[in-house]
Structure formats: structure tokens, C-alpha cells
Design a protein around this ligand. Sequence first.
Ligand code: F6P
Length: 415
Amino acid sequence: MKRNVIVGQSGGPTAAINSSLAGVYRTAIDRGANKVYGMLHGIQGLLEEKYIDLSEHIRTELDVELLKRTPAAFLGSCRYKLPGIHEDKAVYEKIFAILDKLDIEAFIYIGGNDSMDTIKKLSDYAILTGHQTRFIGCPKTIDNDLALTDHTPGYGSAAKYIGTSMKEIIRDSFCLEYPKGLVTIVEIMGRNAGWLTGAAALSKGEDCEGPDLIYLPELTFDIQSFRTKVEQLLKKKTSVVVAVSEGIRTADGKYVCELGKDINFVDSFGHKQLSGTASYLASFIAGELGCKTRAIEFSTLQRAGSHLASRVDILEAYQVGGAAVKAADEGDSGQMVVLQRISDDPYQCATAVKDVHKIANDEKCVPRNWINKDGTYVTDEFITYVEPLIQGDVSPVMVDGIPRHLYTPKELYKK
Ligand code: F6P
């Protein structure tokens, strides 16, 4: 590498996304890049010429280690849909003029399916105009819904957080006895894919019976059969714990969270903000069965919990960052780095690249045969798949009893 690299982060953050950033930075420097720039708030910020020179922020090996342990997008993120390449040429001319000004050889974008749409469009435009910059996608999403990769960095750490927190919730739920029982409903992110919600089953083991019911968005949610199942369980036990995906829908296609309120916020990719499923179902059950209920929404905590990150996840996130730079350096463009599992036990995984056109905007869901027959739990195959991804810990660097993060660039907050 002789010229410069630019890297951006996009979409929902994870506990591992900054480890990929560290991998991009280190590998670009090791391969001889002159400068490594970071877009502030992804492509949206780049369009406003907001970027930083990463070497001014990552100065020492300790900074690299801290960055790997820092949750949320260090550079800031965005959910910005680029127009089609024939719809608004001016946007592309502006982006490519900025890339020329910065003498960019490789453009690396760390993101999920929507962010791969950006790589797809930019690499298509480069081919159309004979531009030499190479565009590579680096996978990231707690949702684990990217096609053609075994899994996505960010998922393992979120799954570990969910399995652990679920176990703590279940234990707590048996402490106090209520006359008509306690029903706890835990809402988990993942939009239309149930990979994260299924991870609630990781709490099950010798010392924990796991949640009683798990509802994934891949299957239609029937509220009456849910009520019946909870009622039957309450006849046998004092506490019932249910994991539900934020994206479960009724037969008419309506999200359960929409039954309680109107969802007004929709992002530029047309995704509705999903939240409120657990509180809707908790009120419904309390009204129907007269028991005590509690709604828990993991919300931001499940993707920001770097104190509980999976070592496998943080290492793989770093690895895909490095692989993205290597791919660009070797001449690839319009590709995304993927993880290919070689074996479950011992767990082994390698990186490769795949055409981003086959990945962008697609959603990989949990296969039907990894969900039990009546749609209320995941199968052993699901557990075999996810278990290797949550292994090992990354000790936080503790300062005054609290994990230390890499200081956020102050430019991120400037209006
Ligand atoms: O795309 C990842 C994700 O975490 C989804 O699981 C969730 O629906 C969404 O982001 C929430 O995004 P936001 O923080 O923009 O509300």
C-alpha cells in the first residue's frame, strides 16, 4: 500500500465494531499506508467532509488495546441510504472528489446489510467511471443477518450478554412468590431475524433451566396460543420467563409492538423503530391472567456490553478488519469479507471475500429446522452453532473500578 485508506462505521453499533476498526488501522499501517482516515458518522459525515486522521487518536499499542475494548462506533455511525447511481450523480461526484482530494486507495466500510448497499453502489460507480479506489465491506451486526457469512462480528458478544443476563433474570424471578405468579417478558433486538433472541437459550444448563418460551420473528406470533401456554405454565410453576424478539408479528403482518402504539420513527432504509413488544405483552398477560408481570427491554445494553464481550468475537472482528485491508491491497473491490466455519469442535473459522451484490439488503434468518415444532424454542443445532461464538473473555482495563475506553474524538460532537 502506498497511498491512503479511509474507514467508516455504519448502522447499529456493537461491542466488537471498534475491534474491526483497530484491525483496519493496524493492518493498513503495517502494509505501508501513508495515512488512515476515519469518516465521522460514516458516509453521511464524509459528504460533509467530516473525517479525522486516525494516527492522531490511536497513538500507542495501549490505545489499540483500549479501542478493541471500547463499545459503540468510535467514529460515530449513520443510517444513510445513498441514492441510486443514476438517480443523483452529484452525490457521487462529491464523494469521489473528496476521495481524490484525500488520495484514497482503499475505502473500508464496517457495517451490516444496509451498509453493504453503500459499498455496492460506490464500487459500481467506480467501475462506471474508471475510478481506481477500491471498496471493501467489513461485516458487523449484532443481528447476525448477513448473507454468505457464517456469522457476523458483534453477534457473539451480544449473544453472550443475552445468555448471561437471561440467566440472572431467571434466578431473580424465583426469589419472591406472588399469589398468581410472576411472568417476565424479555425483549431482544434483531429486527426480522431471531439469532439474538435464540441466544436466550444459552442460559440453560446444569444450574439454570433457561427461559420457558422463546419466540423468534421468523414465525407468526399467535397471541391467544401464547396466553394459553403461559396460563398452563403458571399452573406448574411460580415464575415464567419468556424471551421475545422485538420483531415478532401477528398473522396480519403487524409488529406486536405496534399493537400498543403507533410507530412514527422510520429510518432512511424504511425500517420502523421496534420497541415496546415486552411491555405490550406484559400488560396483556396481566390483564388476562391477573398475575404480576415484568417487562424487560435489553435495548442498547445488549450491543454495548463490552465488559462481557466474547474473546472469539473480538478477535474475529479484528481479523475481518485486517482481511478487508488485505483484500483491497490485493486489488479486490465490491467485495465483503466473510467468515467461513471450518469446524465446530474444535472451533475454527477462516476469512474469505464474497461479492457484495449478493449480500447488500438481504436478511439471513434462522432456518425453520433450528426452531422447535411449535415455534417456542430453538433446537440443539442452534446451540451448537452459537456456543463457539461466545467463548472466552476480554478483560476490561479497569480504572477506578470502571472499564476504561479509548477517548472519543471530540470532533464527533461538533455541530
Ligand atoms: O441493526 C441493529 C439493530 O441493533 C437492530 O437489532 C435494532 O432493531 C436496531 O439496530 C435499533 O437501531 P436504533 O439504535 O437506530 O434504534
